[in-house]
Design a protein around this ligand. Structure first.
Ligand code: GLV
Ligand code: MG
Length: 329
């Protein structure tokens, strides 16, 4: 291990993150009763310019009045390039109860963007005597943000998670697609002809590099990487496949832009009972090896070593965290 210690952000279960437009208050109660781990009330792109003020009022009222149970509660503010952002931050921090857990900052481009919001939030928290420190979720969804993702991830002790905003990212890098996430028929690999002259085309994941890069920046700074939206709400299999790819790359969860996607995310990002059982057996086998003075042992015909212990410990810790949330303690 490096001498540098990575400090982990406040631990939270973040399998499913439900997006709810701030201009649709009729959806709030249902969101509060849903199985989403995190709910973010949106003041940004789901809200039309002439609804911004009303949405802000709705969101503040909802945070103060609705019983959100043990959900993590976040608000997506408007971007730093808009005339709404400062008022979003001031009103949220001055008027919301301490039930507000996180602020989500969209289209972060540089570490200074995070610094600016941190400065404002810190002033208001101090002036108002707020006890709970509000954390930050940062959306990486521009070429500039991706270029600076490592500095952004390290920009504030409030940072908790990085999110891949595939729709804006695609627009920013001028990717040839108008879909929100998922695959594309032009993005794949054509094999050379086999003995019969047959060629196969394998679709690949256009977002692999971007998600993997964000995951590295997040993990190197103790943050949770979270995959963003999947637009086709009538394609649960496509959603599940995208979520699984993100999970394999290290993400802890995925957005749900429709309530039907919540259960899919919770399913994909929860370790299965078999995985947890195997992880526990790895930890037991290593304990046994330690007692016997051995460095590495095999379990079910496969070598396990100290790295396997770290993987197993992370998996068991995650399973316990989820069990605590679902058990309600
Ligand atoms: C999310 O904000 C996205 O742009 O995908
Ligand atoms: Mg976006």
């Amino acid at each position: 291990m490096s001498f540098k210690q990575v400090v982990e952000a406040t631990p939270r279960v973040n399998r499913s993150e439900l997006a709810v437009p701030g201009s649709s208050p009729h959806m709030f109660e249902k969101a509060a009763r849903s199985a989403a781990d995190v709910v973010f009330l949106d003041l940004e792109d789901a809200v039309a310019p002439d609804m911004k003020e009303e949405a802000r009022r709705n969101v503040i009222e909802a945070i103060n009045d609705i019983d959100w149970g043990d959900k993590t509660l976040s608000v997506r503010i408007n971007g730093l390039d808009t005339p709404y952002m400062y008022r979003d931050v001031v009103d949220l921090l001055e008027r919301c109860s301490e039930r507000l857990d996180l602020i989500m900052i969209p289209k972060v481009g540089t570490a200074a963007d995070v610094y600016t919001v941190d400065c404002l939030v810190t002033q208001i928290e101090t002036a108002k005597g707020r006890k709970k420190r509000v954390g930050f979720e940062l959306i990486i969804e521009t070429a500039l943000g991706m270029q600076n993702v490592h500095e952004i991830a390290a920009a504030s002790p409030r940072n908790e998670s990085l999110h891949f905003g595939v729709a804006d990212y695609a627009a920013s890098v001028r990717a040839r697609t108008v879909k929100i996430g998922g695959v594309h028929p032009d993005y794949g690999v054509l094999t050379d002809p086999d003995a019969q002259g047959e060629r196969a085309f394998f679709w690949a994941d256009p977002w692999h590099y971007a998600i993997a890069r964000m995951v590295v920046a997040a993990r190197a700074n103790g943050l949770r990487p979270v995959d963003g939206p999947f637009g086709d709400i009538r394609d649960p299999d496509g959603y599940r496949a995208a979520a699984k790819r993100a999970a394999v790359l290290g993400c802890e969860g995925k957005w749900a832009i429709h309530p039907s996607q919540i259960a899919l995310a919770n399913e994909v990002f929860s370790p299965s009972p078999q995985e947890v059982e195997r992880a526990r057996r790895i930890l037991e086998a290593m304990e046994q090896a330690k007692r016997e003075g051995k460095g590495a042992v095999s379990l079910d015909g496969r070598l396990i070593d100290i790295a396997s212990i770290r993987q197993a410990q992370a998996l068991v810790a995650k399973a316990e965290q989820i069990a605590r949330l679902e058990g309600g303690d």
